[in-house]
Design a protein around this ligand. Structure first.
Ligand code: BGC
Length: 444
């Protein structure tokens, strides 16, 4: 079927810990992010997500904001500790009821619910047993997936198992800058394998509960080979063979490790993972689409010192405007990663996250330019044959941006974190008009 035969979904994306707050409401258990944010020095601003945007109590207002945009679909995540406070055992109905109400409201507003089961907020009780370093967490995740799917089943239009297992593994387990705050370097890789194992087990659990499509949302970054190893300016000199090898090693870690095994190709070589008999078959349970979270490419060259811990150096990608995060704005990277994923895996694609941190309010022209150029990149990928079925902006509202607290603002809608008042930025009206135009022209 040609891509044009599929409806194209415009959407926005959020995650539970970043917006919900209400961390003790209705029997919610403790998550690793509650623990982490309450440890001194972990969050740049000293904040926690205890209140965040208080979306738990203001979801009706937020759904109204979505309806005002005219979006087709909303991607949110379920907080595992609301549904299973300790990560195992019977369901906490009051926690699950919140998501039932949210789904009701979305459907009443004509917005398709896109549900992510895991956006990094593991129940703390499972962390006490090793978190994703413990193989049993994969089985616990499948049990939790089954409980949520039993409640919401076909009312969810698209199920997403995990959000960005790459970022969760590297930031949370290898470098310790996200919860659970472990700095295990390559020792973190078992957390990657167990997440993917949990994904595969969850896919099978979901299949028996729903006919809706199932996907995973990965963070993808096209790798740019930088030359001039050992020099101050990364762009001086032609890349050497060692630079190319370093870029390939990085690409394997960031992109292929989290995608090849989903499609029965096993892991790229060179990684030490605790793979047991049958695991790769579980991980390769068929999925219907790939979720693509895209923010920026990564520039790589060979390590500048022979005793480097890593087989690559990450260097600055010069010559592009940057967001408040310092991330280069490279829309072509989105086109490239979409066409590559289409070529290599041949599955439908959804851009499940794309957006930028700019504090500008109310007239955020840079966000408008960012979104406009990235939507053009999606269009270019579609024109080149990639089956891209949706584009979800990160994010609807300013929120708790992990280790940066509320200091990095990704919202189409500004949030005053003292009063929790929401005020749409110029980009909100721009996106609303952009969506309306695409409907009128019947093209993204
Ligand atoms: C995550 C979001 C995060 C965004 C911006 C993605 O890696 O899925 O939770 O807010 O990037 O940093």
């Amino acid at each position: 079927m040609a891509p044009a035969d599929h409806p194209f979904w415009w959407g926005v994306s959020t995650s539970a810990y970043q917006i919900e707050g209400a961390v003790r409401a209705d029997g919610r258990g403790v998550s690793i992010w509650d623990t982490f944010t309450h440890e001194p020095g972990r969050i740049a601003t000293g904040e926690t997500g205890d209140v965040a945007c208080d979306h738990y109590h203001r979801h009706a207002e937020d759904v109204a904001l979505m309806a005002g945009l005219g979006i087709d679909a909303y991607r949110f995540s379920v907080a595992w500790p609301r549904v299973q406070p300790d990560g195992r055992g019977p369901v906490n109905q009051r926690g699950l009821d919140f998501y039932r109400r949210l789904v009701d409201d979305l459907l009443a507003a004509g917005i398709a619910p896109v549900l992510t089961l895991y956006h990094w907020d593991l129940p703390q009780a499972l962390q006490e047993r090793g978190g994703w370093l413990d193989r049993d967490t994969a089985a616990r995740f499948a049990e939790y997936a089954d409980l949520v799917a039993a409640a919401l089943g076909d009312r969810v239009a698209l199920w997403i198992t995990l959000n960005e297992p790459f970022v969760h593994t590297v930031f949370g387990y290898a470098m310790g800058v996200h919860a659970p705050g472990l700095a295990l370097m390559f020792g973190a890789l078992s957390a990657a394998h167990h997440q993917l194992l949990g994904h595969g087990l969850a896919v099978s659990a979901l299949r028996s509960r729903t006919g809706s499509p199932i996907a995973i949302a990965n963070n993808y970054s096209p790798v740019v080979v930088a030359g001039g190893t050992g020099r101050a300016e990364p762009w001086v000199g032609e890349p050497s063979d060692a630079d190319h090898a370093a870029a390939d090693a990085y690409d394997a870690l960031h992109n292929r490790l989290f995608t090849d095994p989903l499609f029965g190709r096993g892991y790229p070589s060179g990684f030490d993972l605790p793979v047991a008999d049958g695991d790769l078959e579980v991980i390769a349970a068929p999925i219907d689409a790939i979720g693509v979270n895209y923010y920026q490419p990564t520039a790589i060259r060979a390590p500048s010192t022979p005793d480097s811990d890593l087989p690559f150096d990450i260097v600055a990608l010069e010559g592009y405007p940057v967001t408040d995060f310092g991330w280069p704005v490279v829309p072509d990277g989105l086109r490239d990663i979409l066409t590559r994923l289409h070529r290599d895996y041949g599955r439908p694609l959804y851009v499940t996250e794309n957006g930028c941190a700019y504090a500008d309010t109310p007239d955020d022209q840079r966000r408008i330019e960012y979104l406009s150029s990235h939507i053009d990149a999606v269009q270019a990928a579609r024109s080149a044959g990639a089956d891209v079925r949706g584009y979800f902006v990160w994010s609807l509202i300013d929120n708790f941006e992990w280790a940066e607290g509320t200091s990095k603002r990704f919202g189409l809608v500004h949030v005053d974190f003292d009063t929790l008042v929401r005020t749409p930025r110029a980009s909100y009206a721009w996106l609303r008009d952009r969506i309306a135009r695409s409907r009128a022209e019947e093209t993204p």
